[in-house]
Design a protein around this ligand. Structure first.
Ligand code: EPS
Length: 390
């Protein structure tokens, strides 16, 4: 599968086209809307989320509730567009109109794409950069991930993102007996965290950051269960699925780190405390005693839960600005405040879930075929039988 997204933060809409989704998969706008609503929630969001009520419109590739195998087009309207029609319109402006257009941006925010993008694409108004680099784009990435999740769920694979840390407040080791419980309890938390006590402290940390005009980041975890052994491949660098997941997660706005399983901790421990011993019994077949490697060995799934961590830096749009330089006057300044979220880590857990789901679904189709659900089902059954007798 592949997908492209288009659209600006304050343009009319965001769009995604997905190609390669097999035919006969049940898919509705309502299923996707559930995930869009999840992404909009979360303690620490700014005023923009009160304006938007993200809803998808499917305009191709789905007929009477099932995919056809043709490219799927997804649209999500920006309700805020009505306030930006003149500023963000595609029609050329007269000289007079140009003078009227306010909010030209000549002051790059440290940590944002503003300055690098302006230099690279020759924009004296950095709005042309920030409109596209805005995390608003993650709306349609979540819509795309929702389609991937529908495919995975159809074959019993479940994915869930939740929060481990916000602003240096750490959750205790998350304990849950099933992925449904993980989903339910993280959904019930305003910071998407299983540890209620840590969750309250996270909210306080967000309040403090907001009061100080600052922003805070955090760490999210995505868990995926019921994966078959052997998604991805050891044979070539660009077929290693853990590598593809790392790229997908790192490409999310403001993400600065990715770990699979115990990640960086593996560098500090002896091999005997890193590698997971292999066991076998009639009921489970092969399994591992522990899951420190987060469900991956040799770039392939090993049948254990996939566990991915992503580190999000604090959002760079601060009410308490850092020093920068105006590109017109070349003078230093420390002002220019845009509306912003003080913390978007709970939302980022949903985005990260979508990124991981996409890579897993793509690898799943690579392994089991990509034309139609029935063929995939037959291939999966035959493979499951082979694994059981291996
Ligand atoms: C963002 C700035 C804010 C956020 C936005 C990402 O938007 P605005 O500039 O309109 O106030 O609310 O996130 C979303 C709109 C969203 O849907 O997540 C930024 O600069 O990245």
């Amino acid at each position: 599968m592949r997908f492209l997204t288009a659209g600006e933060s304050h343009g009319p809409e965001l769009t995604a086209i997905i190609e390669g989704v097999p035919s006969q998969l049940p898919l509705t706008e309502e299923k996707i809307n559930v995930h869009l609503a999840r992404r909009q929630k979360g303690y620490g969001r700014g005023r923009r989320m009160q304006i938007e009520k993200d809803q998808v419109r499917i305009t191709s590739g789905v007929r009477h509730g099932k995919t056809t195998g043709a490219p799927i087009t997804l649209h999500v309207e920006n309700k805020d567009w009505k306030h930006w029609v003149k500023i963000m319109g595609s029609a050329p402006l007269t000289e007079e109109e140009e003078k009227e257009v306010k909010r030209k941006i000549t002051r790059p925010r440290p940590g944002h794409a503003d300055l690098n993008g302006a230099i690279k694409y020759d924009h004296r108004d950095m709005r042309n950069v920030l409109e596209r680099s805005s995390a608003r784009e993650t709306t349609v990435r979540v819509a795309v991930g929702a389609v991937a999740q529908e495919l995975l769920n159809y074959f019993g694979i479940e994915v869930c993102g939740h929060v481990l840390e916000i602003g240096n407040i750490k959750s205790s080791q998350p304990e849950y007996s099933s992925i449904s419980e993980l989903k339910e309890r993280s959904e019930a938390s305003e910071v998407r965290c299983l540890d209620e006590e840590a969750g309250e402290k996270m909210k306080q940390a967000i309040d403090e950051a907001k009061e100080n005009g600052d922003s805070i980041g955090g760490v999210v975890e995505v868990v995926a269960v019921n994966l078959p052994v052997g998604l991805g491949s050891h044979v070539h660098y660009d077929r290693k699925l853990d590598g593809k997941i790392a790229r997908g997660v790192m490409s999310i706005n403001a993400f600065k780190g990715v770990e699979i399983g115990i990640g960086f901790e593996a560098a500090r421990l002896p091999g005997s405390l890193v590698h997971d011993e292999i066991l076998h019994d009639e009921e489970q077949g092969y399994y591992r005693r522990t899951n420190r490697l987060g469900g991956f060995e040799g770039g392939m799934t090993n049948g254990m839960p996939v566990v991915v961590h992503g580190a999000m830096k604090p959002i760079p749009t601060l009410y308490k600005p850092l020093q920068s330089v105006d590109i017109e006057s070349k003078e230093p300044f420390s002002a220019s405040i845009e509306r912003s979220d003080s913390c978007a880590v709970p939302a980022a857990a949903v985005v990260c879930e979508a990124a991981v789901a996409w890579e897993l679904a793509d690898a799943f189709l690579e392994k089991f075929g990509a034309d139609t659900i029935n063929d995939i089902d037959a291939n999966l059954r035959a493979y499951t039988e082979k694994v059981r007798n291996f």
